[in-house]
Design a protein around this ligand. Structure first.
Ligand code: AMP
Ligand code: ZN
Length: 462
């Protein structure tokens, strides 16, 4: 069956064929490990995981590389500001290595909880300084880079085309652009390949230009080429990477070997919070552990991410998560009731469902459409282990651990709340309903919601 992906490079949905007949080579821009990954970051990782699983469903093997950025990513995403790792290290009073280790471990824990597979190759920027240096030296030799008193810059005027990936009109942008801080830059769009380190800079390496450190974009070009060659099949990331990071990766590769590094460029859209941006100042930044602490199985978030196509925005609400939690439970129960069923289903019926699911996932990873087919199978009146088997097959893509029960972590209730609950129990025993309601409101003001059920009181974090 044909497989289609929307390619940011050509701005079209195209039939996918791999360079090597059997193996697909993918590069995904990984995390900058200076802070907790949010559920927004995780949406991008979930999209990349679905891509992996769909390729495998189509019979391919994978060589997937993901980098860990532990140096060079400045707070502006461009050439200005402090290195994100150093800023965190200063704020948390740790070394950059400690910061990197700590946040890398948390990142992989989240991936594990979400049943996101680990790419075949995970590589750290700081382990590839030599490869990056060689890459920059070659760009200088070929006339694509120049040195200033602060950095080595890529000279975009040497390219026939820049930008390639984004539709940015540089002339129009220039009119409204900020004045660039480095007056030695030949063009404001030239970007740093290598940066000369100030006196007390913590992360720096010897280079022909003195103690210095790599720019952010060069790591992906150098590691991509090292592990996947000059041109590979698919490059992925979040949409925010298109205009700067990925554009500049292409520029570097064009200078280095005259090739765009990947044939297909796939980009995931953003997760929104109640219709707007997720930001610290709005207090609406959530981590996967926040969902887990509220008692949700982390795979609820995985299923939630299937409710919108990866190229569309997805709006996060707690109501949405609550509804999805019930859906996941229904899905698992549906699987179990088919498993215990005794009916026999015709081969053609099974094949038709399989075909529709396969077509949906092959249509640029259309998970909302694929989930529609999954629910049709779940709701089949004839309960049959054959349907259960088909659902298990679909689960190789869904990754929802459909055969396993829901994982519900007990919500840890602080002693103060337990005491208030006890007082409320007494008030209710004394039929003092006013006191009982007041205590319920007090408990709610402390972040816990209670519900009286026939089996007792249910409590959850708000
Ligand atoms: P950051 O930690 O903000 O640099 O984000 C790392 C990567 O995660 C970004 O390059 C994005 O591709 C992705 N990302 C960040 N925020 C979101 C979001 N709200 N929704 C989806 N992806 C995101
Ligand atoms: Zn990258």
């Amino acid at each position: 069956m044909e497989l289609y992906f929307y390619n940011t490079l050509t701005k079209k949905k195209e039939i996918f064929n791999s360079i090597d007949e059997k193996q697909v080579k993918i590069y995904s821009c990984g995390p900058t490990v200076y802070k907790d990954a949010t559920i927004g970051n995780m949406r991008t990782n979930l999209f990349q995981d679905i891509l992996r699983r769909v390729l495998r469903y189509n019979g391919y093997t994978l060589k997937h590389v993901m980098n860990i950025t532990d140096v060079g990513h400045l707070v502006s995403d461009g050439d200005e500001g402090e290195d994100k790792m150093l800023k965190s290290a200063r704020e948390e009073k740790k070394t950059p290595i400690e910061i990197a280790e700590y946040y890398t471990n948390l990142f992989f824990k989240d991936l594990e909880d979400l049943n996101v597979e680990t790419p075949e190759i995970v590589c750290k920027a700081t382990d590839h300084i030599q490869e990056m240096l060689e890459y920059v030296k070659k760009l200088i030799q070929k006339g694509y880079a120049y040195e200033t008193s602060t950095a080595i810059y890529f000279d975009i005027s040497k390219l026939d085309q820049y930008p390639i990936l984004s539709n940015v009109n540089l002339e129009e942008q220039k009119a409204g652009a900020r004045v660039d801080v480095d007056t030695e830059k030949r063009s404001p769009y030239d970007f740093a390949l290598w940066i000369k380190a100030p006196e007390n800079h913590l992360m720096k390496w010897d280079s022909p230009w003195g103690a210095s450190y790599p720019g952010w974009h060069i790591e992906c070009s150098a590691m991509g080429q090292k592990y996947l060659g000059e041109q590979f099949d698919i490059h992925t990331g979040g949409i925010d990477l298109i205009p700067t990071h990925h554009e500049n990766e292409i520029a570097q590769s064009m200078g280095n070997c005259g090739k765009i590094p990947a044939r297909f460029w796939l980009h995931g859209e953003y997760l929104l919070m109640d219709g707007g941006k997720m930001s610290k100042s709005l207090g609406n930044v959530y981590l996967l552990k926040d969902l887990i602490q509220k008692g949700y199985d982390p795979l609820v978030y995985r299923l939630f991410s299937f409710s919108s196509h990866y190229r569309n925005k997805l709006n996060f609400t707690w109501e949405g998560i609550e509804a999805t939690s019930k859906s996941l439970e229904r899905l698992k129960m549906g699987y179990q009731s088919h498993l215990k069923g005794k009916e026999v289903v015709g081969k053609a019926e099974i094949e038709e469902m399989e075909n529709r699911f396969h077509q949906a996932i092959n249509d640029d990873l259309n998970m909302p459409l694929a989930m529609g087919v999954v629910w049709e199978v779940v709701k089949q009146e004839k309960k049959s282990p054959q349907w259960a088997e088909l659902l298990a097959q679909f689960d190789s893509v869904l990754g929802l651990k459909i055969k396993e029960p829901m994982k519900k972590e007990a919500v840890e209730i602080p002693k103060e709340i337990l005491d208030l609950l006890e007082q409320r129990k007494e008030a209710r025993a004394n039929k003092d309903w006013n006191q009982s309601d007041e205590l319920r409101d007090l408990i709610a003001s402390k972040g816990y919601q209670i519900k009286d059920t026939k089996d007792g009181v249910e409590i959850k974090k708000i």
